[in-house]
Design a protein around this ligand. Structure first.
Ligand SMILES: [Zn+2]
Length: 385
């Protein structure tokens, strides 16, 4: 029999509970830092949100690296979009082969469990926006073979086959026949369908087309923070019914009520500063974007109110109330955003999230599910042929 006092110590010790959990972050854009800034993730970086040193401090076990093609810079399809995807995919593979003592490339839930047990970090890939599919069904399998295990059909710009929440076209566009074919091909291969960034119509078309669990890799709840990027209560319930998981984003604009309005005002105030930084940068389009983001990061920190990790847990609570404990996870969007919660500045601060979950009364087994267990279950279901 267990010694009750020993048991009590174990369950009330937040760092131990955090350490024991398999932590899976569904979305980080660090991939673009690897490509455009040539950052060395083995070092503690003085900027950004993720490197191996801070990931180990934060107890991270698995990272889905986003393969993100910015359509304005690289095209919404065609050879340039595909090349942009390919060099990011190569960068993730290179990270694992160059530093096998830290990282291991992974594609399955079993890989993640094994790698976590070995003390390394699993590196996985998801594709954000279907631009690199280039409207060719055979490319879905191409990216599967390269290791991509989730795909969101559109980022903030609609594709011809899937509507985005970020543009006008998306207001009336869902999935067309090709889009539905893409979802069926993903189901066949074992690629998870991601609804983050999609239009409401595309959301419903995906949920109604997919025969496998559907996920949102980095989204929040519209009932708390009313932005088009977030999911309505009906959507959360419907996604949970597929067996899927809503992974809550850490980005203040999507989790803090009223933040989006304040940020728009600040964006107008700093637009000249941002433009100047871009003009003065002599590098390529990716480096001009880095220069713009650098100014935004500094100015947001000065001009916008701080947001706390407690707000992330508000979204987690809301999803749990609507759909139960089995349908919620985490998707940080680290290195894809210019502002993060004040007490979750980088992956090293992940224990603060667990501490807040414990404060709200979640048990260790609940926390295991939220931090990664639910996503491992979905991965296993989607992998099953
Ligand atoms: Zn995103």
């Amino acid at each position: 029999m267990n010694n009750p006092s020993e048991n009590k110590t174990a369950t009330s010790d937040p760092p131990a509970i955090h350490r024991r959990a398999i932590i899976v972050d569904m979305h980080a854009d660090t991939t673009q830092r690897l490509v455009d800034e040539n950052v060395d993730l083995e070092q503690r970086l003085s900027d950004g949100h993720l490197d191996a040193v801070r990931a180990k401090e934060g107890g991270l076990d698995a990272q889905f690296f986003s393969i993100w093609v910015e359509p304005e810079l690289f095209g919404g399809g065609g050879a340039r979009a595909m090349k942009r995807a390919d060099i990011q995919i190569q960068a993730v593979h290179d990270l694992a082969t160059t530093h096998p003592e830290t990282w291991e490339f992974a594609t399955t839930a079993a890989d993640v469990r094994r790698i976590a047990a070995s003390g390394k970090i699993a590196a996985l890939m998801g594709m954000e926006g279907g631009y690199a599919i280039d409207e060719k069904i055979e490319n879905v399998e191409r990216y599967y073979r390269m290791g991509v295990r989730y795909l969101s059909p559109a980022w903030t710009v609609s594709t011809s086959w899937a509507g985005s929440s970020g543009d006008e076209i998306g207001k009336t566009r869902g999935l067309n026949d090709f889009g539905k074919q893409v979802i069926r091909e993903m189901n066949r291969l074992g690629i998870m369908a991601d609804v983050s960034h999609l239009s409401d119509r595309a959301f419903w078309d995906i949920v109604n087309t997919s025969t496998k669990p559907v996920i949102a890799t980095h989204s929040g709840c519209r009932a708390i923070t009313d932005v088009p990027r977030n999911l309505t209560d009906d959507m959360i319930v419907a996604l949970a019914k597929t067996g899927g998981v809503i992974n809550v984003i850490f980005y203040p604009e999507h989790i803090e009520p009223g933040y989006s309005k304040k940020k728009k005002k600040v964006d107008a105030e700093i637009s000249e500063l941002v433009q100047r930084a871009s003009d003065e940068e002599k590098g390529d389009v990716a480096h001009k974007k880095l220069a713009r983001d650098r100014v935004r990061r500094e100015e947001y920190l000065k001009r916008l109110p701080p947001v706390s990790v407690a707000r992330i847990v508000d979204h987690i609570d809301h999803i749990v109330k609507l759909a139960g404990i089995d349908h919620v996870g985490i998707g940080s969007d680290f290195d894809g955003v210019q502002v993060v919660p004040a007490d979750l500045k980088s992956v090293a601060d992940l224990p603060n999230l667990t501490a807040e979950l414990l404060k709200r009364g979640y048990s260790e087994s609940d926390i295991d599910k939220i931090l990664g267990g639910n996503m491992l279950r979905v991965m296993e279901e989607v992998e099953r042929k």
